[in-house]
Design a protein around this ligand. Structure first.
Ligand code: SF4
Length: 299
């Protein structure tokens, strides 16, 4: 947000200072709804303040005060009506999300790669509507939430494409093993040994920043071993493409500018993504081949 606007109002510091000085939620709405919830600022805060959590709380407040009514309505209209037929899922489930479902060949590879002793199967309900509503700060009915969560209660292990949904699921399903799809694939040597020095590897930012301490060493080793470029800055924060979630529905930040930033100064020949939305965003701005990490299985 700061990188694109260069305006302190469009930063967590600016948002919270404005609130301390009695700004209304309507006045801060442009900045509040521009944040990508990438999570890079959470891990930099010396007081461990949940900045992204506070931003979503204030988005809720902004809606309550009547800001962005059209956006609220748009997101509410996308919430799936709950069905009465609920079947518990079992074993290993994959919550792929709409963008991955749009690339069935990649999705098939992911299911094969993530199948352990038990076959990994696709969840019937990915909860895309819930992820978007939570990101925006729109209320989700208990009925809809129950219809989404109840089938997942029987699963031992869940693989999730959306990093923001992963964060929420940790609260909702504390006894279930939860993994980010991209990070899980990045641990498979059969895939990562195919990464080249001339590749730009894009980490899915939300899941990465959620577990930065555990994951930073893993990705540093990957860069060291393969020599590939990675979307990490000098502080080891991952730079987002802005291609998914709320910004895809109502763009506040420019994906093309993010893409140019990611590519600047790098001499690369392929872009490898963990997240299908990032793949979509990079394909739109670059003529370079863009592959999901799972697609390296066939290379
Ligand atoms: S979550 Fe990302 S986009 Fe939002 S304020 Fe923090 S670093 Fe900026």
């Amino acid at each position: 947000m700061w990188q694109q606007r260069r305006d302190v109002q469009f930063s967590p510091q600016g948002i919270f200072k404005a609130l301390q000085h009695n700004a209304t939620h309507d006045e801060i709405a442009p900045a509040l709804f521009s944040c990508l919830l990438c999570g890079a600022c959470d891990l930099l805060c010396p007081e461990n303040i949940d900045i992204t959590g506070m931003i979503t709380t204030h988005r809720k407040e902004a809606f309550l005060q009547g800001s962005n009514a059209a956006l609220k309505e748009k997101i509410e209209s996308q919430l799936v009506p709950p069905t009465s037929e609920i079947k518990r899922e079992e074993n290993t489930m994959v919550l792929a999300g709409e963008a991955l479902r749009a690339t069935p060949a990649t999705l098939k590879r992911i299911l094969t790669l993530l199948s352990g002793e038990t076959n990994a199967t696709l969840a019937i309900d990915d909860g895309d509507d819930i992820a978007l509503a939570l990101e925006a700060g729109v209320e989700v009915s208990d009925h809809r939430l129950h219809a989404f969560l109840e089938p997942l209660q029987g699963a031992k292990r869940l693989y999730i494409s959306n990093g923001h949904l992963l964060k929420q699921l940790r609260h909702w399903l504390p006894a279930t093993e939860l993994f980010a799809i991209g990070h899980s694939l990045s641990q498979l040597d059969t895939l990562t040994r195919k990464l080249k020095k001339s590749d730009l590897y894009l980490i899915e930012t939300r899941a990465y920043h959620l577990d930065h301490q555990q994951k930073v060493t893993h990705y540093d080793q990957l860069r060291h071993q393969q020599g590939c470029h990675i979307n990490l800055d000098l502080q080891r924060n991952a730079i987002p493409t802005a291609g998914g979630g709320l910004n895809a529905l109502q763009p506040q930040l420019d994906c093309a500018e993010q893409g140019r930033w990611l590519l600047s100064g790098r001499n690369v020949q392929r872009i490898i993504v963990e997240c299908a939305e990032d793949g979509r965003a990079m394909s739109q701005l670059s003529a370079l081949p863009v592959l999901h990490i799972a697609d390296l299985m066939e290379r």
